[in-house]
Write a protein that binds this ligand. Structure first.
Ligand SMILES: Cc1cc2nc3c(=O)[nH]c(=O)nc-3n(C[C@H](O)[C@H](O)[C@H](O)COP(=O)(O)O)c2cc1C
Length: 367
């Protein structure tokens, strides 16, 4: 089958992955209202073409802290990438390096900070979950030592969202293999051969860290330190000496407060509809953030190049893509991720031409 768009990759990923893996990738929390709304909000937003502009040369690059990103795309941090493809984190990092876009390694990755650093060049960022403060400090120091350029602190997971699909599939920690899951795997022989036969992928950052058993258990059950607060953010700002982003902010006052504490950029995100199911779609609240006075990144719901143009036209410097890249990873590993991003790039390019927008970073022209 020719894969023409992200939805095609999604369907192909669904065919290839065991049900419990696909549902973990694809699903949202509770009734998946936020997940649906993330898409609906993009679809409701319309763009106005301004023809008779010379669009014979088009540029998708954007400025990011004095450097140019070839595209306004960042591969979002996602946990358990080793379930979609063997060494999935490394595959994503390598794809990002080829595409000259940043890749964010999750705390809940399968390949460790050090493995990714030695396997892939490029612009590597690290995403921090705080399960235990001492361990978070260790992770920060390791990411600094391994040359990760930006730290992305995720703040929308004081507790994990309730993912009914995962619970129904028995994909909850501690993971126990049930007959239904086994049958699910056997029915997907390609996945079983490429991924499943190596056993459950390890949580890479835990293994090398000498983390104590309580911390390991907390990570495996995705149990966060729910007491993390603004004072802790200040301490983190002092410890991490490079660019710091805060991800999962949904109120402009919180964004402004974070920036006043030294945070460099804000990721407006509802975690792809996987946390608070009653959350608004980030794209519908993005204009409120323009007074924050720091670069904005948006994620949640990006599936088309026109979505990227919409986000940029409302003030985002760049967007993160989560599932879109993971569908590519599940279908074709590193190559699949490159294909999905190139497809989005071609869609962005065509949208620019149709809008009369030769430069993507000439903001505010299209909305
Ligand atoms: C399978 C999966 C795992 C994720 N794991 C993490 C994670 O470990 N840390 C994090 O900050 N966000 C995580 N996210 C959220 C993404 O970083 C991002 O906010 C979200 O996927 C964006 O929405 P989209 O999938 O519609 O592009 C995860 C998302 C998915 C789909």
């Amino acid at each position: 089958m020719v894969l023409l768009n992200v939805e095609d990759y999604r369907r192909e990923a669904r065919r290839r992955l065991p049900r419990f893996v696909f549902d973990y990738l694809d699903g949202g929390s509770e009734d998946e209202v936020a997940l649906t709304e993330n898409r609906a909000a993009f679809d409701r937003m319309k763009l106005t073409p301004r023809p008779l502009t010379d669009v014979s040369i088009r540029d998708q690059s954007v400025e990011w802290f004095g450097q140019r990103l070839s595209l306004p795309l960042i591969l979002a941090p996602t946990g358990l990438n080793g379930l979609f493809c063997r060494n999935g984190d490394i595959a994503l990092a390598k794809a990002a390096a080829r595409l000259r876009i940043p890749f964010v390694l999750s705390t809940a990755s399968n390949n460790s900070i050090e493995e990714v650093a030695s396997a892939a060049d490029g612009d590597r960022w690290f995403q921090l979950y705080v399960m235990h403060r001492g361990f978070a400090d260790q992770l920060v120091d390791r990411a600094l030592a391994a040359g990760f350029g930006h730290l992305v602190l995720t703040v929308d997971v004081p507790v994990s969202g309730k993912r009914d699909r995962d619970e129904r599939n028995g994909f909850v920690m501690p993971f126990r293999l049930r007959p239904k899951t086994l049958a699910d795997m056997v029915l997907h022989p390609r996945w079983l051969w490429q991924v499943g036969r190596h056993g459950a992928p390890a949580m890479g950052n835990m293994l090398t860290a000498g983390a104590d058993p309580n911390t390991q258990a907390a990570l495996l059950s995705r149990k966060m330190d729910a007491s993390f607060n603004w004072d802790d953010l200040k301490r983190l700002r002092d410890r991490w000496t490079r660019r710091l982003l805060i991800k999962g902010i949904m109120h402009p006052d919180d964004a402004a407060r974070a920036v006043s504490l030294g945070v460099d950029a804000v990721v407006v995100s509802n975690h792809g509809g996987r946390q608070l199911d009653a959350a608004a779609a980030p794209i519908s609240i993005l204009p409120d953030f323009n007074r924050v006075g720091a670069p904005l990144v948006l994620d949640s719901g990006i599936r088309r190049g026109s979505d990227v143009v919409k986000a940029v036209s409302l003030g985002a410097t760049a967007v993160m893509i989560g599932r879109a890249a993971l569908y590519g990873l599940a279908v074709g590993g590193e190559e699949g991720v490159v294909d999905v991003v190139r497809l989005l790039q071609a869609e962005i390019d065509r949208t620019q031409a149709l809008l009369g927008l030769p430069r993507l970073d000439a903001q505010g022209q299209a909305a």
